[in-house]
Write a new protein. Structure first.
Length: 229
């Protein structure tokens, strides 16, 4: 792939969707970081998260606007038909079981109003950060499956735009990266003793120094689809 422009996630989302006044579901919201950023932009956001640990972190954070959090999964969203302006999958579609990805897209179509937007932001299976984490959990197949589902969406969803960019991740030290990786999936902790040394090596060799932090550029892809009128 050619050199990608570096961009902040929030700036890229603002480029494809004005969320002011919209009701948005952030599916797989994790600790609620993106949900809070979207409410700062004027949206009402409902974060959906299956992990009890991540959901607790999201609810414990200081609210910044109209964000709430519910336990749930992408293939069974707790919303009425046609009740949302937008559905966001931010770094989360590839975490669904592969056989749940297409049902999750169908579910997104169900809860969107006509003309509503489905925005899916996914990391590509490449780059130094991916290689560091790959030592613990190789998500190549899962990320490919997520993209395959997006390339053959339910009939109700019409692809509108696809763009690529690089987001920069910065870590104070290896421990901060490890906290991030384990928060996404606590099951990874059992594999840590066998792979930690290799992860540390890849972290040290793959990152670059930026103001005392170790930085990685993660290639990303955004897909925007619309619910048919």
């Amino acid at each position: 792939m050619t050199t990608l422009r570096r961009a902040d996630h929030k700036a890229i989302l603002a480029e494809v969707l004005d969320v002011r006044g919209l009701t948005v579901a952030d599916v797989g919201c994790g600790d609620g970081g993106m949900a809070r950023r979207l409410t700062q932009s004027g949206a009402t956001v409902i974060g959906i998260e299956p992990s009890a640990g991540q959901l607790a972190r999201a609810r414990a954070a200081e609210p910044v606007g109209n964000e709430t959090y519910l336990e749930g999964r992408g293939e069974s969203l707790p919303f009425e038909d046609g009740s949302l302006d937008a559905v966001l999958y931010f770094n989360s579609l590839h975490h669904l079981p592969m056989d749940a990805m297409t049902p999750a897209l169908k579910e997104a179509a169900r809860v969107l109003r006509p003309g509503g937007a489905l925005v899916v932001v996914e990391p590509l299976a490449e780059g130094a950060y991916f290689e560091a984490v790959r030592a613990m959990d190789d998500e190549t197949a899962e990320r490919a499956a997520a993209y395959a589902a997006l390339r053959d969406p339910p009939a109700e969803l019409k692809p509108e735009r696809e763009l690529f960019y690089a987001n920069t991740l910065r870590f104070q030290d290896f421990g901060q990266l490890l906290d991030r990786v384990l928060a996404v999936d606590e099951a990874r902790r059992a594999r840590l003793p066998a792979v930690e040394a290799e992860m540390r090596r890849r972290f040290a060799e793959g990152g670059r120094n930026e103001d005392g932090k170790t930085a990685f550029d993660q290639p990303m892809r955004l897909n925007l689809l619309r619910r048919a009128a």
